[in-house]
Design a binder for this molecule. Sequence first.
Ligand code: G6P
Ligand code: MG
Length: 218
Amino acid sequence: RLEAVIFDLDGVITDSAEFHYLAWQALADELGLPFSREKNERLKGVSRMESLEIVLEGSELARLPEAEKLRLAGKKNDHYRQMIGRITPADLLPGIPELLDSLRERGISVGLASASLNAPQILERLGAAHWFQAVADPAKLRKGKPDPEIFLQAAELLGVTPGHCIGVEDAAAGLAAIRAAGMKAVGIGGVHQPGAADLVLPSTAALDAGKLLELFGH
Ligand code: G6P
Ligand code: MG
């Protein structure tokens, strides 16, 4: 029986993935480093400091002391926070409000498993916090995605069994985390490896409660 659906935030609930990309691009430009959408794909679902390592890789800046790296990550976050300050409920991705309403009507719990420390603020700006019974805290994690820990933490907060959950993700690392947690995986975006997800949909507009329930044979 489907008990809960646990969502990634960036690229699933709202397109903040685009803001992360723009903020990293701005930092890379300031540092005179090459950056591309292709490289950005590797940052999806990955924590701020791990993302910085990927942005710096191949440059001598990769050897900067930790304090300097924290400062650079802080600069990226300043760019990012400026962008998310303009988020409104109109930025919920297509189909998401309807899906969240419909899950609530069916008594299916809803959780958030985002690696972003900015996630609670984004949910508030979207006017979406009321749909979520649990929000995993990435600051409490030992390991990020693709480790299953964040999805397991969300399931525990909801009081549900991982095997009765679905995870929804736009990134490869996130789908791997969902499957490692023993949950069914739904991939958004259509760029996923065969076998990476139980169901792949081109966008959130194609996501509805009926399709999720079908994964549990309802
Ligand atoms: C999400 C995004 C990543 C981002 C991470 C940390 O997982 O997909 O691109 O790096 O959160 O976000 P934060 O807002 O804490 O820097
Ligand atoms: Mg994402």
